[in-house]
Design a protein around this ligand. Structure first.
Ligand SMILES: [Zn+2]
Length: 422
């Protein structure tokens, strides 16, 4: 590539907050935004007529390659589903399977307006390659699960560090995080190791946290304390920490999370499907100013990765929990879905100087017409109202078509067949 040839991208005539504007990005950064923006010679130009400019969605917690298992063993009780379906199939996974499963997830996310996802899965180098090839941003997890036996984690720790080197060559859109599975599946010794490595390397820690009540009782039995103070004691509650779920957190744990600057990602659809027994206490979290983001969780427990479907469920569930239709207004729900209330998740605001990660939405689609775009994106739009997805100043989808989706679907189907899922 010629290093001196800057890549310019200009959107002309799109609507932002009711006003016709242009947006210009150079080499992945927004350099101009407003009514008088015009294209420079050599720019790639997008005609924005009939389209609204909105921020990209951030999926704060998923297991992307689990798209391979979408619908497999649906409606079974949790342990039966894991033991008879998911775990045996996962034991057969190869790099190639994870690559195509992740590509399938990326195709779905790009199609429905997600510009960045936080992943936790096996074969992280394959996840990273898939995200890199798809062009989407990803924070790829380095998995660690030792079944509470620290002796079993020696190999996994070494593999995690090796994977870091493989991820480092995947370019600036791909980051890494430590992803110990949870406090009930990873020993105290291994969690302490993660805390130290995360501090030394300044990498995030993304962990399942208080999805179900048994995590609370188990932690009190083993460690003599609730999970929040337990994580804090291990040095695992910091501004680099992303806690997935948090359904069973109590008020003091939200206060602690806020004091430490940790982020919580709520996954309302997965929580409903797996019947985890408690709605995430969002109002308590925000009362204490905890950073909150939104995730889909894996396609096995959702079963889609369309954030526009999940933001609706998030808002509805919180209104229901608060017994107040005015709770979580659409604008706030949209902020949660785009990472606006959780800076650590890496969402990009629509602003000069920010990353050029954004969407163009068809405002004339019946699902969002005639007006009130934010309300309609939250409550009525499927992800397919997204016309154009741009990440890092590159057009990953235009006209609602992800260019290589057909090939990706065929390859993912082949992988699912090989795994005995289909
Ligand atoms: Zn999960």
């Amino acid at each position: 590539m010629n290093a001196s040839a800057a890549h310019g991208l200009t959107v002309r005539g799109a609507v932002l907050d009711g006003v016709e504007v242009g947006l210009r990005a150079v080499d992945g950064t927004v350099v101009a935004l407003g009514p008088s923006v015009t294209a420079e010679p050599g720019d790639e130009v997008i005609a924005g007529s009939g389209l609204a400019l909105v921020a990209g969605l951030v999926n704060g917690h998923t297991h992307a390659a689990m798209t391979l298992f979408r619908g497999f063993g649906g409606d079974l009780p949790l342990m039966e589903w894991l033991e008879s379906k998911i775990w045996p199939a996962e034991a057969r996974l190869t790099d190639d399977d994870v690559y195509w499963g992740t590509r399938l997830a990326c195709a779905e996310m790009i199609r429905t307006g997600t510009v960045r996802f936080w992943d936790m899965y096996w074969h992280p180098a394959a996840v990273a390659r898939a995200a890199q090839d798809a062009g989407i941003r990803a924070t790829v997890g380095l998995p660690l699960i030792d079944g509470m036996d620290p002796a079993r984690s020696t190999k996994l720790r070494a593999e995690a560090i090796e994977s870091l080197d493989e991820l480092a060559v995947c370019g600036p859109r791909i980051g890494a995080s430590f992803t110990p599975h949870g406090i009930y599946t990873v020993s105290e010794e291994s969690l302490s190791w993660v805390a130290e490595e995360s501090a030394v390397r300044q990498l995030p820690v993304h962990i399942h946290f208080l999805e179900v009540e048994s995590e609370v009782t188990g932690c009190i039995e083993r460690a003599g304390t609730r999970p929040g103070p337990y994580l804090d004691r291990l040095g695992l509650l910091t501004e680099r920490t992303v806690l997935a779920h948090g359904c069973w957190m109590e008020e003091a744990e939200f206060e602690l999370a806020a004091a430490r600057g940790a982020t919580v990602v709520t996954n309302p659809v997965s929580n409903l499907k797996l019947a985890v027994g408690r709605i995430f206490p969002y109002a308590v979290a925000r009362h204490h100013r905890v950073a909150v983001g939104l995730g889909t969780d894996g396609a096995s427990s959702n079963n889609g990765l369309d954030m526009l479907q999940d933001v609706k469920v998030f808002a509805l569930l919180q209104k229901y929990a608060a017994n107040d239709p005015a709770a979580v207004p659409a604008e706030e729900a949209w902020q949660v879905a785009t990472g606006g209330l959780a800076p650590a998740l890496g969402g990009a605001p629509l602003a000069v100087g920010a990353a050029a990660d954004f969407l163009l939405v068809r405002v004339d689609d019946p699902e969002v017409a005639p007006g009130y775009l934010t309300d309609n994106l939250v409550y009525s739009a499927p992800g397919t109202v997204v016309d154009t997805t741009v990440v890092d100043g590159r057009v990953l989808m235009s006209g609602g078509v992800v260019p290589d989706a057909d090939e990706v679907v065929a390859k993912a189907r082949e992988a699912a067949r090989r795994l005995g899922v289909l």
